[in-house]
Design a protein around this ligand. Structure first.
Ligand code: WAQ
Ligand code: MG
Length: 246
């Protein structure tokens, strides 16, 4: 198996602005196809034209671990205010404090978007990611072809079989598989993608329409983690340890 990663950015006033990123574990035979798809995604992105695209292709040397795919549910929601209420309630139920949720929304609604995720302690709401501009990028995750076919069928039945949903669901599933991670909030940073989600081992992958208004450029991901977690080990798992969902 091979890990393929893409990141695209544009430099403005000497600062590199994130435009788009993607990553996955694939069969060797899929390399050209994926590189082409990732390149086109970077070149035709609603966040703008990149002036730099970096693609990394690496052998996966370690035997991948396995993780389950979270169950998917569509929630009803008609505004970003309603979304925030739904999210606060669901996260309170799994032990995330009000202050932690408040800090998360400050990050998720900032126009200074990060390339990766922020790590927030469940009780104190303290930010733990070492690089606060970049965040932690979940990488080295994938699904075997036959399982992907099954997943596509399941998602087709509820009319959401898109690459965006599939990639987000796999990412949320790898993230939720780490014991010290309690929950995740995700808002796309694409101006025309207004459905987000919250996810956890407890309640699965809950899709939330109208989590933001069309045209807004903010977005991001936040992972709520247990107080006292070993941050270094957790980041190593998220970024480096290969995990295949089934
Ligand atoms: N690891 C950590 N954080 C990431 C990663 C990653 N691999 N990829 C993206 N992010 C963060 C980063 O801060 C981005 O700004 C933010 O998430 C949004 O990324 O079921 O498209 O790629 O329909 O814009 C949700 C799908 C789609 C909901 C999310 O995210 C649904 C999406 P985007
Ligand atoms: Mg995006």
């Amino acid at each position: 198996m091979i890990s393929i990663r893409m990141r695209a950015s544009k430099t403005k006033n000497r600062r590199e602005h994130h435009i788009s990123g993607a990553e996955g574990i694939y069969e060797k035979s899929a390399i050209s196809k994926i590189v082409k798809a990732y390149t086109e995604r970077a070149l035709n992105h609603p966040r703008g034209k990149p002036d730099k695209i970096v693609i990394s292709i690496e052998d996966v040397k370690q035997k991948p671990k396995k993780a389950g795919i979270l169950p998917v549910k569509n929630l009803k929601c008609s505004s970003s205010d309603e979304a925030r209420n739904i999210i606060s309630q669901a996260l309170a139920n799994v032990g995330v404090s009000k202050r932690a949720v408040k800090n998360a929304f400050r990050i998720l609604t900032s126009t200074k978007t990060m390339r990766g995720a922020s790590l927030i302690l469940q009780e104190s709401g303290t930010r733990m990611e070492p690089d606060k501009e970049r965040g932690v990028r979940v990488s080295r995750l994938g699904i075997k072809k036959p399982d992907e076919k099954k997943l596509s069928k399941m998602l087709s039945r509820i009319k959401i079989n898109t690459d965006t949903v599939k990639e987000a669901l796999l990412l949320a599933s790898k993230t939720a598989s780490y014991p010290d991670i309690i929950a995740e909030i995700c808002i796309s940073d694409d101006p025309d993608y207004t459905t987000g989600y919250i996810s956890s081992k407890e309640f699965g992958y809950l899709r939330i329409p109208n989590i933001k208004n069309r045209g807004e450029m903010h977005g991001g991901r936040v992972f709520f983690v247990k107080e006292g977690v070993n941050i270094k080990m957790m980041i190593d798992y998220l970024e480096k340890i290969p995990v295949i969902m089934a």
